[in-house]
Design a protein around this ligand. Sequence first.
Ligand code: ATP
Length: 355
Amino acid sequence: MNSKEKIASTQAEGEELLENKVMIEVKNLTKKFNGFTAVDHISFDVKESEIFGLLGPNGAGKTTIIRMLSTLTRPTEGTASIGGYDIVKQDNKVRQLIGLVSEKMIMYDRLTAEENLRFFGKLYNIPKNTLNQRIDELLELVQLGKWKDSKVGTFSTGMRQRMNVIRALLNMPKVLFLDEPTLGLDPQSTVEVREFIKKINRENQTTIILTTHMMTEADRLCDRIGIIDHGKISTLDTSTNLKKLVSGGDTTVLKLEIPNLTKKMVAAIQALDCVKSVSQENAAHLKIHATGNEAFDSIIDAARANKAKINSVENLQPTLEDVFLYITGREVRDKADNKIAMPNRRHFRPKQRIR
Ligand code: ATP
């Protein structure tokens, strides 16, 4: 049965499901490890041909969700289906519909690009002629056609990651899981892999779930984004709507340039009732989330009262970083740079929470 026929038979089994064009349905999915709840009763749907992002910090539970959906580990509670097939009761059917790219993928350095793909293609029992044609098409799709006979050991990290992705496409999956697809890649390879993900989605109508802790990645690639924190989806929407959570109502995001910035000034601004959070971007720039009509004046007054020389004030459009900070009260990145976040939880009241 080819993948189109599989979908057709799925359609017969789950007419209602596909009428609504839902490809992945997740209900109360939960995973516990020795009493620790890594994924906590999450529910969401992903539509056919959608790129759906799970965005969250390290340890949020993203990989565990992907591992359950791709049948690598069983849920402790809850259910999920892919193309109408239950991930536990019909795991073999699910596996025929999906491809998975995770950081633990192995490529054989001493084999050429083509030999690697042929090796993995045989595991799917793809007939030889079909496999040869598919390998050529996939290598062309990721612009690796001219490297077909080169050993993978000579490839850059970006080229290897593109190989990893096309390996997951050998069985023409209707659904592709990408777990942190650009993790560890240099900026140029990151752009290449992102472009390629969009291309697969556009040209093959592949439904994609990707996990990332990178705001820009989620913003650029995903039709909808679920913000995941401590094993729960706290909010789920399009990037535009998520940003409206911050920009709607009376919330303001300001960027102040203060060349003589001191800790005392930061503390004075932070102490204002209207201020929800202050991040120091570098020695002279502060990013401030505040609420209320008086926020602008109060912040400028507090800075000036502490002898701040204000060079500029910008009213910023919110980013997904702001959304995450707004929803969870902390920053998504586990970074050790000089940026500090000092959210004031008194004011953190998300306007919308989807459970
Ligand atoms: P990361 O990007 O760091 O992998 P993540 O959002 O993908 O983050 P998970 O890998 O799903 O998070 O892990 C979620 C939580 O579950 C973490 O606290 C992790 O330590 C824990 N966890 C994951 N797998 C296991 C396991 N096999 N046994 C025990 N705990 C686990």
